[in-house]
Ligand binder design. Structure first.
Ligand SMILES: Cc1cc2nc3c(=O)[nH]c(=O)nc-3n(C[C@H](O)[C@H](O)[C@H](O)COP(=O)(O)OP(=O)(O)OC[C@H]3O[C@@H](n4cnc5c(N)ncnc54)[C@H](O)[C@@H]3O)c2cc1C
Length: 372
């Protein structure tokens, strides 16, 4: 298994729990020995959560009976069934599972690096905290530099938490908030879009639709869209452009954007029944979320268990996702849907907020360990 993030650790742990060691040896190769729970990135910029509880060493999360190699994969040869690493290793395999997520490429959008703040990794979430606590009033613009992004609801969440934060500081009337969205509405799923458009209206956040970012002008502090519109700002919170890993492109498994083409149900790399891809590394047109990785890992570990024991293979991954979306003011909403059934009517509640709030503990105690 390549990748020691959410997907890589979950598939390794789930496979180890479902398949006896004499049938399957499991090796994880990854380059991040400390595991950061990214969903806490919406709370850390306000100091709502202590970031030290959001990071755990992988050696505590990877179950016994799994070999963990801290190293970086530099290329994969699926014809020769070989994986090469920066540390000089050459590893063979019977099954290869790629779970290398994606990376941020700020250089893709002119002006991004010097101007935009974000919360998509721990370092930037902590840096954003300084900008928010030092903000004395003015215009905040929130958006995404391009698509796809991890956790598409996260920009909605940070907007509503900013609103909550400035209300609690007694300075909401000094802060103008503007949200930039590339298509119509506030979210790609109509029922979610309607819900959050209503909440934005209640909280005084202005939504600008069909705003696809072309570049940022650092001198005039303006974001410019391909549609020819501009938005000026005092603080710009913009999610960075994402791409898949370069070694996948260089190994011929992915296009220039780095995402691997996989079967949406079987999760195998086209035409190969020994190479699978899960988590954010796929080019599937579904949400890039830890929750997707969790359900994909569940399916794929069961499939490996069946294949190795000669029992009938399970149905493929059915597109299930379950996640909690923060709406600020101690409310959240739970999104649950599959390829077949879109989410139904939604409402925000305190209970959903509690589920979101406690998800760090649920994740570290059970999910990432493969227990649920
Ligand atoms: C702010 C924020 C909030 C979020 N909120 C939610 C939420 O509420 N719910 C939800 O479900 N999801 C959420 N997500 C998304 C979720 O965190 C990701 O979808 C999830 O981490 C994807 O898991 P992954 O394993 O595919 O990728 P990652 O977790 O990014 O892991 C990839 C791993 O691969 C390793 N790697 C990469 N290249 C190599 C290489 N060449 N060699 C070796 N190792 C390599 C990396 O070091 C990394 O450890 C959020 C994300 C962000 C940023």
């Amino acid at each position: 298994m390549i990748g020691d993030g959410a997907a890589g650790i979950m598939i390794a742990n789930k496979s180890r729990l479902k398949i006896p060691a004499d049938r399957l040896e499991v090796t994880v190769i990854g380059k991040s020995p400390n595991h950061y729970f990214k969903p806490d990135g919406i709370h850390i910029p306000f100091g709502f959560k202590d970031y030290r509880n959001s990071v755990k060493p992988n050696r505590f999360l990877i179950n016994r009976g799994i070999t963990y190699l801290v190293d970086e994969v530099t290329s994969v040869d699926i014809e020769e069934r070989k994986v090469l690493t920066r540390g000089g290793r050459t590893l063979g395999y019977d099954y290869l599972i790629i779970a290398t997520g994606d990376r941020y490429t700020p250089e893709d959008v002119p002006g991004y690096e010097s101007e935009a703040k974000h919360f998509y990794d721990l370092e930037h979430a902590l840096e954003l905290r300084k900008h928010i606590s030092g903000f004395r009033g003015g215009k905040i613009v929130i958006g995404r530099a391009s698509e796809p992004i991890q956790c598409p609801p996260a920009p909605l969440e940070i907007s509503l938490l900013l609103d909550q934060y400035f209300r609690s500081m007694g300075m909401r009337d000094k802060v103008e908030m503007h949200y930039l969205y590339p298509i119509d509405g506030t979210f790609s799923i109509p029922v979610v879009s309607r819900l959050f458009s209503g909440v934005f209206e209640e909280r005084g956040i202005t939504n600008h639709t069909y705003f696809n970012v072309e570049r940022i002008d650092a001198e005039s502090h303006k974001v410019i869209s391909y549609e020819g519109e501009t938005q000026d700002y005092d603080l710009l919170i913009m999610l960075p452009p994402h791409r898949g890993q370069k070694f996948l492109t260089d190994s011929g498994l992915a296009d220039e954007y780095g995402y691997v083409d996989v079967d949406r149900k079987m999760l195998n790399y086209k035409g190969h029944d020994d190479v699978f891809v899960i988590g954010d590394a796929t080019n599937l047109p579904i949400t890039k979320a830890g929750s997707v990785a969790h359900f994909e890992a569940d399916y794929l570990s069961s499939r490996l268990a069946s294949e190795l024991s000669g029992s009938p293979l399970p149905e493929g991954y059915d597109g299930t996702i379950l996640c909690f979306v923060e709406a600020g003011m101690e409310k959240a909403v739970t999104l649950y849907y599959t390829h077949q059934s879109p989410p139904r009517a939604l409402f925000t509640s305190k209970l959903d907020h509690l589920l979101k709030w406690t998800s760090t503990d649920t994740y570290f105690a059970s999910m990432v360990r493969g227990l649920v």
